[in-house]
Design a binder for this molecule. Structure first.
Ligand SMILES: [Fe+2]
Length: 231
């Protein structure tokens, strides 16, 4: 099991690392459900990326980007993230802005260009239906596709305020249906291979843990696997 500090090891030393940790402390404290979702997605992304034969960047870098992919949700009101009914167009715009906000936050950190790029593009889709830039085909970074597929998997198999958790077979069918449309077929196939071995990745954040080593515990694990991210 990874610890919070193992991710910090991949971030530049000094002020950049401090700023990175501050961002995650903020996410953990104000949006613990998003933080836990991000942690599970990073676990899954790490496993997929390490077995991906044509990945053109270190697997750890994609894994770290997965941890950061939803950091922009610190700017989305909790009432919107947890809204049990459908979103208004204005609320939808607020939610969808999280990829741009996250990229802007991360771009302020030296050496975090890849994190910023993948945070911005993790909701892009091969068929051009994604956001914020409507990228198509090979313009959607492979790392962003891996994060996107794993993000969708975690969102589907966890309970949301607006729907029940999907079963493994339901989620697998949904993911297969997106192959070649939202993400490359090999991305979907490898993701399904990994989750077949660990269909419900347990949250890796110990109860009461904080991102900052040595900082007083500020994060309390929810009683259930409820996650409200990925609206
Ligand atoms: Fe997202």
């Amino acid at each position: 099991m990874r610890t919070a500090t193992s991710y910090q090891a991949g971030v530049a030393n000094g002020p950049t690392q401090d700023a990175f940790v501050v961002l995650f402390d903020e996410l953990a404290c104000s949006r613990p459900d998003v933080f836990e979702h991000s942690w599970r997605v990073a676990e899954l992304v790490g496993q997929v990326a390490r077995t991906f034969p044509t990945l053109e960047m270190p697997a750890w870098e994609v894994e770290r980007a997965a941890l950061a992919h939803d950091i922009g949700k610190v700017a989305v009101p909790v009432s919107v993230l947890r809204k049990p009914s459908g979103l208004t167009p204005a609320e939808r715009r607020l939610v969808e802005a999280h990829s741009v906000v996250g990229a802007e936050l991360l771009s302020t950190l030296a050496g975090s260009e890849t994190l910023a790029s993948l945070a911005r593009s993790h909701h892009e889709r091969l068929d051009g239906t994604g956001y914020p830039d409507g990228l198509r085909g090979t313009h959607v970074p492979l790392g962003a596709q891996i994060i996107g597929a794993c993000d969708a998997w975690d969102a589907m198999v966890n309970l949301r305020p607006y729907r029940r958790a999907l079963s493994f077979s339901e989620a697998a069918a949904e993911l297969r249906d997106c192959a070649g449309k939202h993400w490359r077929r090999d991305v979907v196939a490898l993701t399904l291979d990994v989750v077949a071995e660990r269909p419900r990745l347990a949250a890796a954040v110990p109860s009461g843990a904080s991102v900052r080593q040595g900082r007083s515990a500020t994060l309390t694990r929810p009683a259930s696997a409820v996650s409200f991210a990925h609206r």
